[in-house]
Structures are given as C-alpha cells and as structure tokens.
Design a protein around this ligand. Structure first.
Ligand code: URA
Length: 200
C-alpha cells in the first residue's frame, strides 16, 4: 500500500486535498512500521479469560518533526504514539548552497532512554538530516535511540547519513536515484512542503 500511496504523491496532477490525505495515510503506515523497531518489554495482562504474557513499548517517545514539511507526518505518528513529547527543529535549506541553517529549535527534555523519532518527508542532500542528528547527539541522545523517518530519499542523501551515523535507523518508502541541479530529488515529487501547504 505504501508504494500505491507514494505514486499518488508523485503525480503532479494530484490536487492539494488528495495530496494531504495521502501524505497523512502514508505517515500513519510508516508510524506503524517504526513501532516494529522500538524496544519492547514483557508484561503480564489479564484477558477476559485468563492471565497472559503481553508486550508494550519500553521507552518514552520523542517526535521531532523538521519544519515545515514534516508537520504533515505528525497526525499519523500521534495516532500510534499518543503520549509522545514533541520537539521542533526549523532547518531551512539555502537554495544556492543546499546547506541547512537552523532558524528554530524548541525541544523537550530528552532522557537517555527515550526513543527519538525524527520526521522529514524528503532526504535530498542529507544536510538537514545530518544537522538534526548532530543537534540531538550534542544533547546526549544516543545514535542507536534515533529513528529517522522519511518518505523519499535520494541515494546520495541516505548514504551520507548512513556513513556518518551508522547506528541511526533509517525508515523510508523509496530511494530515488538522482538529485537535479537545484538539489531536488529525481523523479521525486517536487517540493513536499509547497504541495502540502499550497505555497506553490
Ligand atoms: N525537499 C523537497 O520537498 N523535495 C525535494 O525534492 C528535495 C527536498
């Protein structure tokens, strides 16, 4: 289903309503997938019939949507992680150099044991992702407690993050082969934020 939804997002004829609905559905599916990689603990519960072994998520969750495109992913993630703390990182890509500049940071206290989920639908050069991980690591977050979720990555961007932070778990729907001269992902889907927020 994820690839069917991604095809709708890629199509330039998809209107804003459909784009928003589809992005939110896809984020919901990705949130479920992230759950598979989070630490669990065994608990004992009582069904209406008997006592049995069960599991629950072990650690507190911190969601970090990178402004602004990842705001689209937040509703889907909150459906699974209702009690998550939420922190925001505003990273703007310089149109010429593609270097990520931090313009806003509002993070909750992050405990050593917290699972930190970074959300950014598009990994192009990887610059934004690297900066976000670096900020979290400077705060003492362990690489192995970070999951980075996106929808499309470029091969270049994903390899850059993997090389610098091999213990960060990367989850995405598809890896695209190229970047164009403006550092947009090819074939990609265009500017995710512009299409979601209607600022084309
Ligand atoms: N951000 C986008 O929204 N699209 C791209 O192709 C690259 C970065």
């Amino acid at each position: 289903m994820k690839n069917v939804l991604l095809s709708i997002l890629r199509d330039k004829n998809t209107d804003i309503k459909k784009f928003r609905e589809t992005a939110e559905k896809l984020a919901y599916l990705l949130a479920g997938e992230v759950g598979d990689y989070l630490a669990k603990e065994n608990v004992s519960i009582i069904t209406p019939i008997t006592k049995t072994k069960a599991i629950k998520l072990k650690n507190n969750i911190v969601l970090i949507p990178i402004l602004r495109a990842a705001l689209s992913m937040l509703p889907g993630f909150l459906k699974f992680f209702e009690y998550a703390n939420i922190g925001f990182l505003g990273l703007r890509r310089d149109e010429l150099t593609a270097i990520a500049n931090l313009y806003y940071k509002n993070l909750p206290k992050i405990k050593k044991s917290d699972s930190v989920i970074i959300l950014d639908p598009m990994i192009a050069t990887g610059g934004t992702g690297l900066k976000a991980i670096e900020i979290l690591k400077d705060l003492g977050v362990k690489e192995e407690n970070i999951v980075f979720v996106s929808i499309i990555c470029s091969k270049y961007g994903v390899n850059k993050i993997k090389k610098s932070y091999p213990k960060v778990k990367l989850i995405h729907v598809q890896v695209d082969s190229k970047l164009n001269t403006k550092k947009y992902i090819v074939p990609g889907l265009g500017d995710f934020g512009d299409r979601y927020f209607g600022t084309l």
